[in-house]
Design a protein around this ligand. Structure first.
Ligand code: FAD
Ligand code: DHB
Length: 391
């Protein structure tokens, strides 16, 4: 099998890349180790930055998002039983975000790819990237019980944090920057209308809590829990009681309860692999970097990477110049590190570390007060949340 761009992984990065290349007249093959239902149902991110929304529209993949997505013009910060709204358009010159789940983005892109695009093989597991430093890299993979080779001009590793593509970068050339956190998020889906019309990020002495949503009738809620927590060790009643405590306000706001339909725990990690390119192998999305989820940057960063790659390859096709491809890693990393900084700041401002001192507690409250009382500090948060520019 032969193609111009071999794409490993059909998460948001791989699927969007295939769509962008198709629109640019460049052929690709996508290899995905899991089955279609798994990819379409894996609960993950929920917030699309303004730039991601714009990219999906330009790619012709936004029809359902524009019908069903919920535009959000702000978030609420909650601390010391007080509420503060951050108004995005007012602080950023009109920018906003869209609540539209990663599952839905993937469903839309899969449907488009199967209808109009090149091959997308499910249950096709990449085993290794070979010849990345040659002009003919390839991907060895297993599909329907047989091993095959996909010969390519370029390989893009969109295979997430646990994928194989990153392993093809020789160890002496790799630099890894990493931080783990002593807590994770217990996430639930519940069949109950969201108790607030915007997301609520709550800092509490018992730990962080987040109120989000998937639709006008489905809530998505998260609780900070100790690292290594088993989701099943939390009963439904216990989850609602803890959410109520952490979201409590001095006014008459109430958290509505409903049947919990899903529970899982997400670990928290900051991770960057440099460089994001080795020869003709390019890494994109979680294959190259992870952010803790606070501030919802993961999916949006993945989108930025593949847009950068698609533009660079199109430029090379049109002009013969490899300048943008050569700059890929550097271009992506500038934006990646801004998102790493933002996600780290949001995480440390809102979560309570197990060994937090009274001094650190007061500093967190002072940081929140600063965002609430200074236009400059509020603008910094709003710019980060609605997204850093692609160029
Ligand atoms: P992925 O979505 O991980 O896609 C990679 C794909 O590659 C997968 O489909 C995988 O099956 C496939 N693959 C892996 N190995 C191989 C192989 N060898 N061969 C073929 N295919 C392979 N972000 C937020 O903003 N908010 C959240 O609430 C949030 N929750 C998260 C919860 C979890 C459990 C995780 C892991 C991430 C979460 N994220 C969240 C981050 C966000 O979902 C990711 O940043 C986003 O999915 C990145 O997209 P991607 O396409 O780079 O990688
Ligand atoms: C969601 C996840 C996030 O990490 C976040 O900051 C906001 C919303 C969500 O899953 O809805």
């Amino acid at each position: 099998m032969r193609t111009t761009v071999g794409i490993i992984g059909a998460g948001p990065a791989g699927l969007l890349l295939a769509r962008l290349l198709h629109n640019a007249g460049i052929d690709s093959v996508v290899l995905e180790s899991r089955d279609r239902a798994y990819v379409e149902q894996r609960q993950r991110a929920g917030i699309l930055e303004q730039g991601t929304v714009d990219v999906l529209r330009a790619a012709g993949a936004a029809e359902r998002m524009d019908r069903e997505g919920l535009r959000h013009d702000g978030i609420e910060l909650r601390y010391a039983r007080k509420r503060h709204r951050v108004d995005f358009p007012a602080l950023t010159g009109g920018r906003s975000v869209m609540v539209y789940a990663q599952t839905e983005v993937c469903k839309d892109l899969i449907a488009l790819q199967l209808k109009e695009g090149g091959p997308l093989l499910f249950e096709a597991e990449a085993l290794a990237v070979e010849g990345a430093d040659t002009t003919g890299p390839s991907v060895r993979f297993r599909h329907e019980g047989r091993e095959s080779v996909l010969e390519c001009d370029y390989v893009v590793g969109c295979d997430g944090f646990w994928g194989v593509a990153r392993q093809a970068v020789p160890a002496p050339l790799s630099r890894v920057f990493e931080r783990t956190y002593p807590f994770g998020w217990l996430g639930i889906l519940a069949d109950v209308p969201p108790s607030h019309d915007e997301l609520v990020y709550a800092r509490h002495d018992r730990g962080f809590a987040l109120l989000s949503m998937r639709s006008p009738s489905v809530s998505r809620l998260y609780l900070q829990v100790p690292d290594g927590t088993d989701a099943e060790s939390w009963g439904d009643e216990e989850i609602w009681a803890e959410l109520e405590r952490r979201f409590e306000t001095e006014d008459d706001w109430r958290l509505e309860r409903g049947p919990i339909t899903q529970k899982s725990v997400t670990p928290m990690r900051s991770y960057v692999h440099e460089p994001m390119r080795y020869g003709r192998l390019f890494l994109a999305g979680d294959a190259a970097h992870i952010v803790p989820p606070t501030g919802a940057k993961g999916l949006n960063l993945a989108v930025g990477d593949v847009v950068t790659f698609a533009r660079a390859l199109t430029h090379q096709k049109e002009t013969g110049s490899a300048q943008l491809l050569d700059a890929y890693s550097e271009t992506c990393l500038r934006r990646v590190w801004q998102a790493e900084r933002f996600s780290y700041d949001m995480t440390t401002m809102l979560h309570r570390a197990p060994d937090a001192t009274a001094f650190e507690d007061r500093l967190q409250l002072a940081r929140l007060e600063r965002v609430a009382s200074s236009r400059a500090a509020g603008t910094d948060l709003a710019e980060g949340y609605t997204g850093f520019p692609l160029d």
